[in-house]
Design a protein around this ligand. Structure first.
Ligand code: HEC
Length: 145
C-alpha cells in the first residue's frame, strides 16, 4: 500500500474511533430564569443562551468529535461563569456584579465568543443591541449618543 493511503486510513480509523469517546451534552432544568424585558431576552437568547443557559441547542456538529469536545467544554465553562437559567436564584449583589460583567464583555466584544460567531453569524451584536444591553444594565445608554 502507498504511504499516503496508509496515513489516510489510519486517520480515518482514528476519526471513527474518537466518536466513541462520550462527552456530556446535558440540559438541566430551568429553575430561576433571568427576568429581563422582552427585547433584552431576545438578544440574550439569540447570542448567549447556547453557552450560558440550560437550554443549549445541541446541533448536529456538536455530536461530531473533536468539535463536540470544544463545544461541550465551552458550554460547561460558560454555565459555570454565568447561567441565565438559574440567574434569579443569585443574591442581589451578585446579580448586579454579573450584569456589569455582561456589559463589559459585550462592550469589549469578548462575548459572544468568536469561535461561536463563525458558526452563528446572526448572534453577532451590532451597536443597537450593545446599546440596549447598556441601557438594561446601567439605566441609560451613552453608546448611541
Ligand atoms: C460559545 C459559547 C459562548 C457564548 C455564545 C457566549 N459565551 Fe460568555 N462565556 C463563555 C465561556 C466559555 C466563558 C468562560 C471563560 C471565558 O471567560 O472565556 C464565558 C464567560 C462569560 C462571562 C464572564 C463571567 C465571569 O464570571 O467572569 C460573561 C459576563 C459572559 N460570558 C457573557 C456572555 C454574554 C452576555 C453572551 C452573549 C452576548 C455570551 N457570554 C455568549 C462562552 C460563551
Amino acid at each position: 500500500m502507498r504511504p499516503g493511503r496508509t496515513i489516510f486510513l489510519l486517520l480515518l480509523i482514528a476519526m471513527i474511533g474518537i466518536q466513541f469517546i462520550e462527552v456530556e451534552r446535558t440540559n438541566p432544568p430551568v429553575t430561576d430564569e433571568i427576568k429581563a424585558p422582552n427585547d433584552v431576552m431576545r438578544i440574550l437568547r439569540t447570542s448567549c443562551y447556547d453557552c450560558h443557559s440550560n437550554e443549549t441547542k445541541w446541533r448536529w456538529y456538536s455530536k461530531v468529535a473533536p468539535i463536540s469536545w470544544i463545544i461541550a467544554d465551552d458550554v460547561e465553562e460558560g454555565r459555570k461563569h454565568l447561567n441565565f437559567s438559574t440567574f434569579e436564584s443569585l443574591d442581589t449583589s451578585v446579580k448586579y456584579k454579573k450584569k456589569d460583567e455582561i456589559l463589559e464583555e459585550v462592550q469589549n466584544e469578548e462575548m459572544p465568543l468568536n469561535i461561536y460567531l463563525w458558526m452563528h453569524p446572526t448572534a453577532s451584536l451590532e451597536l443597537p443591541q450593545k446599546a440596549r444591553i447598556e441601557k438594561w444594565v446601567t439605566g441609560k445608554s451613552r453608546m448611541l449618543n
